[in-house]
Design a protein around this ligand. Structure first.
Ligand code: TYD
Ligand code: MG
Length: 427
């Protein structure tokens, strides 16, 4: 279709051996290290990247900052806004202190016009299309905003990127329930998909690679939204632990790993008698099915009765935990809330809980322990197998073989604390 060839015999092409010259993808770092960490070292020439996220999360802010960084580095960088007028983009740039950056701006939605304009002169090193939704191409009949138009426009832009060698970033809004089909269909067409996450009520923003043909998919970039734009957060653990409710029952610090970097976050749980017929289970920042699993293990193997309790679990700071290693910390927070006994404030937790109630080893425990020691924690509650790991000075390892053992430890602590509070008169 559209190739203008007669049906029949195809053109012959040469096949190549697997052994041959391979080049590293030519990259250009933005200089925003948290962004470069997620892309895998910078924007690859001729590649197309999709940045998705809820409206208002800060996509336009991040990308105007990236464009300005490249422009300041002497590269041609173009920002095409399909939603905002040029003056609006200018106002934002002014607020961000980027007015002097030599970014080329336009408010356009016709893809053919954009490609024709950008084909003139020196090839831009980076082109931002903010966003892909209102773009339209005359090769497709349907109305702008439809899935067919979004797909057609993305296809034309991808072809332009491959031909010219410019790196293109497409912005896509994704609603909570994934309603807009647009960006979803684009996901499999592009080289990389980054998702910008966080709550607009919170200042933390996390950039996560969902797909990346040229780099890792498990790295995250952490930013803080401030009055003057997004700032990089180079020591995220400190940030995520900055607002802890010390001495309160129901919180545990999880020593996690995101990509190559350790990350300490607080897990908060609230277990309370229910006033409803069916108890509620609500979870933010963790997998609801893992919560169900941990609760089942607590009931079956640890004798905890949760059938008449509402259970709420929250990962502080708007962070999301994907690792099974978070099980032990979540369980500790749940038990602590149920028995109303605070966990030691200087302890971190990690370990995977199996259906049999055993605490299983997890990867990279040495990195986790190192980060915990660095941030001043003095104990780590870990799977038995982590005992052999290099022990950080000042950090005591307390291994647990099973979840039942953890429950017993927390309950004992609770009794001791209660006894201390009531002057030893507890029953
Ligand atoms: P924006 O980048 O427009 O989000 P998106 O493109 O994802 O829809 O940013 C939206 C929010 O960010 C807006 O509510 C205001 C806030 N913001 C700041 O807090 N500080 C800033 O410097 C800027 C530019 C925006
Ligand atoms: Mg925007």
């Amino acid at each position: 279709m559209g190739s203008g060839r007669k049906p029949g015999k195809g053109r012959l092409f040469a096949l190549e051996p697997l052994m041959g010259e391979a080049h590293d993808a030519p990259r250009l770092a933005s200089g925003i290290s948290e962004l470069d960490r997620v892309t895998g070292g910078g924007f690859v020439r001729g590649s197309v990247l999709l940045v998705g996220g809820d409206p208002g999360i800060g996509k336009s802010t991040l990308l105007i900052q990236a464009t300005a960084a490249l422009a300041r580095g002497g590269h041609r960088a173009v920002y095409i806004s399909g939603e905002e007028a040029v003056t609006q983009v200018r106002l934002r740039a002014e607020r961000l202190g980027l007015r002097d950056a030599a970014v080329e701006l336009a408010a356009e939605t016709a893809v053919e016009d954009i490609i024709a304009t950008l084909s003139e002169g020196k090839t831009p090193r980076l082109i931002v299309i903010d966003s892909i939704q209102p773009m339209w191409t005359d090769t497709v009949e349907s109305a702008p905003g439809t899935v067919t138009q979004v797909r057609g426009s993305a296809q034309a832009l991808i072809r332009f990127a491959k031909r010219s060698g410019a790196a293109i970033i497409l912005v896509g809004h994704v609603t909570k329930d994934g309603q807009i089909a647009g960006p979803r269909v684009v996901e499999h067409m592009v080289d990389a998909v980054l998702s910008f996450e966080g709550k607009s009520s919170h200042q933390f923003r996390i950039l996560r690679a969902v797909k990346n043909r040229f780099g890792p998919t498990d790295e995250i970039g952490v930013f803080e939204m401030t009055g003057s734009g997004l700032c990089e957060v180079c020591n995220p653990s400190e940030l995520f632990l900055s607002e802890r409710d010390l001495g309160q029952p129901g919180t545990a610090v999880f020593a996690g790993i995101e990509g190559t970097r350790p990350l300490l976050v607080e897990i908060q749980a609230l277990v309370a008698p229910t006033s409803l017929g069916t108890p509620r289970r609500a979870v933010v920042g963790w997998d609801p099915s893992r919560l169900s699993m941990v609760l089942a293990v607590l009931e079956v193997h640890c004798g905890m009765r949760l059938g008449a309790h509402d259970v709420y679990l929250n990962v502080a700071g708007g962070m999301r935990i994907h690792e099974p290693a978070g099980d032990l910390a979540a369980a500790a927070a749940l038990v602590s809330s149920l028995v109303n006994a605070p966990l030691p404030p200087d302890a971190v937790y990690f370990g995977e809980v199996s259906l049999s109630g055993a605490v299983r080893p997890v990867t990279q425990s040495a990195t986790r322990l190192k980060e915990a020691a660095k941030l001043g924690f003095t104990r780590a509650v870990v799977p038995e197998t982590a005992r052999g790991d290099t022990v950080e000075p000042g950090l005591r390892l307390m291994d647990v073989a099973s979840l039942a053992q953890l429950v017993a430890d927390v309950a004992t602590q609770g009794k001791t604390i209660l006894a201390a509070k009531t002057g030893g008169q507890s029953r």
